[in-house]
Ligand binder design. Structure first.
Ligand code: ZN
Length: 194
């Protein structure tokens, strides 16, 4: 009896995105990091809420708009309290939300990403097609990580080794999307966990 073994991984961001932009105080491009603090401004019954980033070198701040002129009643109470408390988890969540950076025209520095590869699950199915193995890497934040690098991380190989396995068709790309990549490999390249 032969098997199809499927393993799914996810690329998990360890830290908030870092912004690379011109700092007016430093007079050049610097890195801005998440202070994990919010700023709230109330104007009548409208609220503005920002997530505060700051220049790593001079602490000049940059406010990223989370809500703009939003009716106070339209913001969930629980979330509003988290803004008031500078809830770290919520600040991290916004700091990893690419949409927020796009909307604020803040350039993310993709060379300074800190991420981990986490194994989600593994399944085995019987198959009539001989031993097969398919690995999927989920990339929910659509981080720009080269396909070969993603495969290399999973297999613990170098990018050059992956390149040569791709050429020899011992690794075959099944699907390549910004949010996930699937490839099949010969099962002998990936021994069972003990
Ligand atoms: Zn600065």
């Amino acid at each position: 009896m032969s098997y199809l073994r499927k393993i799914e991984y996810e690329i998990v961001l360890k830290e908030s995105f870092c912004i690379f932009r011109n700092c007016p105080k430093c007079g050049r491009k610097t890195h801005y990091i998440n202070t994990k603090k919010f700023r709230i401004n109330a104007n009548g019954n409208k609220l503005d809420i920002w997530l505060i980033y700051q220049c790593l070198e001079c602490k000049h701040t940059l406010n990223l708009t989370v809500y703009e002129r939003r009716k106070a009643t339209s913001i969930p109470k629980e979330e509003y309290h988290c803004f008031l408390d500078n809830d770290e988890q919520l600040a991290e969540m916004y700091g990893k939300n690419m949409q927020l950076f796009r909307a604020n025209k803040a350039d993310i520095d993709f060379d300074r990403l800190h991420y981990d590869l986490v194994k989600l699950h593994e399944t085995m199915e019987s198959s009539g097609l001989g031993e097969q193995m398919v690995i999927t890497v989920m990339n929910p934040h659509r981080l720009k990580i080269h396909l070969e690098k993603q495969i290399a991380m999973v297999l613990g190989l170098s990018r050059n080794q992956v390149k040569s396995l791709l050429q020899k068709e011992e690794i075959e790309i099944k699907m390549e999307l910004p949010q996930s990549v699937s490839f099949s490999i010969s099962p002998c390249l990936f021994p069972m966990d003990t």
